[in-house]
Design a protein. Structure first.
Length: 399
């Protein structure tokens, strides 16, 4: 039994409870507010970057020029000036009387002949006065017949000593009064006729209506006394008298003389050239602008030439008239051409962005160079482009 007796002394209860790791919680996911915070910081950083970039890295400032047509005559021009087409025969047609407009027979663009009635103002009172003076004139003419007969009889009777001198003098005096009355009535009738004619607004010369300044029902007056009254009814111009008026600098006026040939281009029709000659140099200078007004007459023009169109005048040498018949050539300032990757290119402005285009050039024409391909008339191109300028870059125009 002793052998089977267990040694209980070796049995011990372990009091220390080993801490067993409990179930581990998964790591916390980022909170939504934290994500929004990170996004806000990111966007704020981007905004600050672009603000600093716009402040520190500004768009380059460039000068631009336009591609245009030029002729050999323009290349040889001794002087170029800007001006406007002006009608040398132009008038604002107004009424000589005051009244309400009752008739207006023409509108803008209509042609009228000298003496044609353009408009009429109300004239009932003037017509009544004219009719009255005509009636009084007819009465005076009837009195003249009776007074002449009485005077002739008195003259015969006096010669026969059948009436006294006093009776003869009375007959003569009555006749003289009637003659004077006739003259007075005739003058009054002419005055009334003039007043009636003043209600008719006639064209003073052949021309074209440029503007219509009044409408039927409005009051017209020679002096525009009222706030609602009109002075000029229409503006009339003789289109055959159109000339270009250009200001020439005092320092260059010695190069200009009358009958000097010119080439005129209108901004409205840049592909059309008109022959002209210097018609007149106004013998006075503008003190403020230090220029002298020069008038250039069209040798040939068409119906598209209108008053107040802007024009450019190229004053040519006396022997340059033949070169005006040569077809114009597309040309540009040579400084717009630069080299990129062994190719001639130019930077065309589109809004505020430049675009690189390949250009093929030709012969020199004066200070310009011929453009054979790559550019079109009217294109805005950058002058003297910087070597760092790239296609797609944003630029600013020099003020």
């Amino acid at each position: 039994m002793s052998e089977n007796k267990l040694d209980l002394s070796k049995l011990k209860i372990k009091r220390e409870v080993e801490s067993s790791p409990g179930p581990q919680e998964p790591p916390h996911k980022p909170h939504f507010a934290y994500l929004m915070y990170l996004a806000g910081v990111l966007f704020l950083g981007i905004g600050i970057y672009f603000i600093i970039r716009n402040i520190v890295i500004e768009d380059p400032i460039v000068d631009v020029t336009s591609v245009s047509y030029i002729s050999p005559a323009q290349a040889e021009a001794i002087l170029t000036a800007n001006g406007y087409v002006v009608a040398q025969r132009k008038a604002a047609i107004a009424s000589k009387a005051t009244g309400r407009l009752v008739y207006l027979g023409y509108k803008e663009g209509d042609r009228v002949k000298e003496g044609q009635i353009i408009a009429r103002i109300e004239s009932e009172d003037v017509e009544a006065a004219l009719a009255q003076t005509k009636a009084e004139f007819e009465v005076a003419k009837a009195d003249l017949v009776e007074a002449r007969q009485s005077f002739e009889r008195a003259k015969i009777l006096l010669e026969q000593h059948l009436i006294s001198q006093a009776e003869y003098d009375a007959a003569k005096a009555r006749y003289d009064r009637v003659v004077a009355s006739i003259a007075s009535r005739e003058a009054a009738m002419k005055a009334a006729d003039v007043q009636f004619e003043n209600t008719r607004i006639r064209a003073p010369f052949d021309g074209t209506i440029l503007t219509k300044n009044a409408d039927i029902g409005e009051v017209v007056t020679p002096f525009g006394a009222g706030a609602s009254s009109k002075v000029a009814v229409v503006t009339l111009a003789d289109m055959s008298s159109l000339e270009v008026e250009a200001d020439v600098s005092e320092s260059n006026i010695e190069k200009i003389q009358t009958e000097l040939p010119c080439e005129i281009t209108l901004d409205a029709y840049p592909d059309k050239r008109y022959k002209g000659v210097v018609d007149k140099i106004v013998p006075t200078a503008d003190r403020a602008k230090a220029t002298v007004l020069t008038k250039i007459r069209f040798v040939e023009k068409d119906n598209r030439v209108l008053p107040e169109m802007s024009a450019k005048v190229h004053f040519l040498k006396m022997k340059s008239t033949d070169s005006m018949d040569v077809k114009p050539i597309l040309a540009i300032d040579p400084s717009v051409i630069t080299t990129r990757k062994s190719e001639k290119v130019a930077f065309v402005l589109d809004g505020r962005v430049v675009k690189e285009v390949t250009v093929v050039t030709g012969n020199k024409i004066g200070n310009l160079i011929e453009v054979r391909s790559g550019l079109s008339v009217g294109d805005k191109v950058v002058l003297k482009p910087d070597d760092k300028l790239q296609s797609g870059a944003s630029v600013k125009l020099r003020q």
